[in-house]
Design a protein around this ligand. Structure first.
Ligand SMILES: CC(C)(COP(=O)(O)OP(=O)(O)OC[C@H]1O[C@@H](n2cnc3c(N)ncnc32)[C@H](O)[C@@H]1OP(=O)(O)O)[C@@H](O)C(=O)NCCC(=O)NCCS
Length: 187
């Protein structure tokens, strides 16, 4: 669990250990931060994401994730970014099942988030788990507002976000901007 659990004075999203064992839909999984050495696991993870889900996540018709995008998604060593992973270590060196990115704006009050669950594992609770922990972590690190850009047709993400209190801010073209205020009154 996020160390401390209370509001931290440390700026940025990098501080604070995250490590939690969770039972979710009959699987024993681990929630943790993504680490630089996870690149091969991340590559395997993306090989199992179908083109529809890549479109929902990156808003582009990708058949696979190019190396430059993988490098960008692997950027975990900076105060403004945090990446949470759900992994399963029951076989071999383990596998990543789901990922959540949070990218804080330079002054740190607002962070943009995005989630991705392995295509064959959608709908069993991993997205909810990640979003819950991401909200908690960001709130504990002084982030005041979360935002997510979601494609209008992405019913799953829209419902998931609504369940956690996100509200529609703007809609432009095919995209909806959702926001959640992390003030204590909204907690
Ligand atoms: C969107 C996504 C992250 C949700 O994760 P998930 O693990 O599938 O979601 P969960 O199983 O936790 O379900 C969360 C909620 O989604 C909604 N949901 C689940 N399955 C759904 C379906 N088939 N249709 C519509 N809504 C659905 C429900 O509201 C559900 O909450 P509930 O179970 O309390 O009713 C995941 O489906 C995904 O990675 N999609 C592709 C990438 C993407 O769209 N990313 C978002 C970009 S910001």
């Amino acid at each position: 669990m996020d160390a401390g659990g209370s509001k931290s004075a440390a700026p940025g999203l990098r501080s604070g250990e995250v490590a939690e064992i969770i039972h979710c839909s009959g699987r024993r999984v681990r929630l943790r931060r993504l680490r630089p050495e996870d690149r091969p696991l991340l590559q395997e993870f993306f090989a199992q994401i179908d083109s529809y889900d890549l479109q929902m996540r990156f808003f582009a018709g990708l058949r696979s994730v190019p190396p430059a995008l993988l490098d960008f998604l692997m950027q975990v060593d900076c105060e403004q970014r945090m990446v949470l992973a759900i992994d399963d270590r029951s076989r071999g060196q383990g596998q990543i099942l789901a990922l959540a990115h949070a990218h804080a704006h330079p002054r740190g009050e607002t962070a943009e988030i995005a989630l991705l669950v392995r295509s064959d594992l959608k709908g069993i609770g991993f997205g909810s788990l990640l979003l819950d922990r991401l909200i908690r972590h960001c709130r504990n690190h002084g982030v005041a507002r979360l935002e997510a850009d979601v494609l209008r047709q992405n019913a799953r993400m829209l419902r998931l976000a609504r369940k956690y209190g996100f509200r529609k801010q703007t809609a432009e073209g095919g995209t909806v901007r959702l926001a959640l205020e992390l003030t204590s009154a909204a907690a």
